[in-house]
Design a protein around this ligand. Structure first.
Ligand SMILES: NC(=O)C1=CN([C@@H]2O[C@H](COP(=O)(O)OP(=O)(O)OC[C@H]3O[C@@H](n4cnc5c(N)ncnc54)[C@H](OP(=O)(O)O)[C@@H]3O)[C@@H](O)[C@H]2O)C=CC1
Ligand SMILES: CC(=O)N[C@@H](CCC(=O)OP(=O)(O)O)C(=O)O
Length: 348
């Protein structure tokens, strides 16, 4: 059995990791790390885990944890993983970081958009950007550190990547309109996330400044060997628990038919277990992917404006966080990539 430790087990992404790992036949959770609930029963923090996970929460001592486990998941705020990791730790255990600490390859861009100093830039190049459907070939038993992509970026990149790579759209014209459920903001108490602030309302935020913008630009840039793509990314907060919906717009580079676009998506995703390219005129909906590791993708050619409209939906806590992290763990340990992740979406 692979021994697993989770730092940040008491957050929403951490709790989702616990849920998924309980259903994984090859792992054992041995460390539930927390900052605020040390020595409290995990099932007192999350009653859904009553009689399933009654162990007590431990601290976030990565040094001690690295001696006990084969892999550490860090589901913690930006900057924490980078402030704890060192060579000694990486020589003993693997790290899958759900935060953004190792996602951007240029430390200056990280510091500019995240407004914090990067405490471990020496590991940025080594870290693999764990978007499995695109970077699967880079994740194996020798991989020591995974930069696990987040919810908005996973949806946006997977929805756009084949179209950019195959030159169907002009990458300099991309506009991404994204919506997220409130669990995307985490469990920590914040006025903006109170029921009365969120219920019966919708809003854009981080307009023109959201930190996921450079990450999407960088990853789509790899598709066309460029480092100067600039796009618009506007996130919105919507009154639902889970789910990300992306609607992306871009200019077509030539006249294309539905069949041609579909053939490109099928070329990239036809054999992917977790990506479902929907039938003609069917639009992705968050309710059809909830609780699962699936990403649903749809598109429509808009001949009047010569644009392509691309849509993607996933569950932010599963494929957008914990599910993708488990998918990466499976690749790192040579398990079936979908082990522990085959569940159908939950509905209603
Ligand atoms: N929520 C989502 O949909 C997604 C989240 N992510 C990323 O996952 C990470 C966790 O997010 P999320 O679960 O939403 O956040 P939460 O606020 O729900 O949880 C944060 C976790 O980090 C712990 N923590 C906070 N500060 C510290 C600290 N200084 N030292 C040690 N532990 C600390 C908290 O411990 P305690 O509870 O004990 O205080 C808690 O377990 C973030 O980097 C986020 O960007 C990525 C994709 C999607
Ligand atoms: C609704 C909401 O507040 N969402 C968060 C993103 C959540 C997230 O998971 O961020 P990472 O992908 O970087 O890990 C935000 O916009 O900051």
């Amino acid at each position: 059995m692979v021994k697993v430790g989770i730092i940040g087990a008491t957050g929403y992404a951490g709790n989702e990791l616990v849920r998924l790992l309980l259903g994984h036949k090859d792992v054992e959770i041995v460390w539930l790390g927390s900052r605020s609930y040390i020595d409290q029963k995990y099932s007192d923090v999350y009653r859904n885990m009553f009689r399933l996970v009654d162990a007590k929460c431990l601290d976030d001592n990565m040094d001690a944890l690295a001696k006990e486990v084969d892999v550490i998941f860090t589901a913690t705020p930006q900057g924490l993983c980078a402030s704890l990791v060192n060579e000694d730790i990486l020589s003993r255990t693997k790290i899958i970081d759900l935060s953004a600490d190792f996602r951007l390859k240029d430390v200056k861009i990280y510091e500019e958009w995240y407004k914090i100093e990067h405490k471990a830039p020496q590991f940025i190049n080594e870290a693999v950007y764990g978007l499995c459907e695109i970077n699967r070939h880079k994740v194996n038993k020798n991989t020591r550190i995974i930069a696990n992509p987040g919810c908005y970026t996973t949806t946006s990149i997977l929805t756009l990547y084949p179209m950019v790579k195959e030159g169907i759209i002009d990458p300099d014209t991309i506009i991404i309109d994204a919506k997220s459920g409130t669990s995307g903001a985490g469990r920590g108490a914040k006025v903006n996330n109170l029921f009365c602030e969120v219920n019966e309302s919708m809003k854009a935020y981080g307009v023109g400044t959201h930190r996921h913008t450079p990450e999407i630009e960088e990853q789509l840039g790899y598709a066309v060997n460029r480092d100067d793509i600039k796009l618009i990314f506007t996130p919105h907060l919507v009154p639902m628990n889970r789910g990300i919906l992306v609607t992306a717009y871009a200019n077509l580079t030539k006249e294309v038919s539905y069949e041609e676009v579909k053939a490109v998506y099928d070329k990239y995703y036809g054999k992917e277990f977790f990506i479902r390219v929907l039938e003609k005129d069917v639009c992705p909906e968050t309710r059809w992917v909830e609780g699962s590791n699936f990403v649903d993708i749809g598109f429509k050619i808009e001949p009047r404006t010569k644009r392509l409209i691309m849509m993607g939906a996933l569950d932010n806590l599963v494929k957008g966080a914990a599910g993708q992290a488990v998918q990466n763990m499976n690749l790192m340990f040579g398990f079936e990539e979908n082990e522990g992740l085959k569940m159908a979406p939950l509905f209603p």
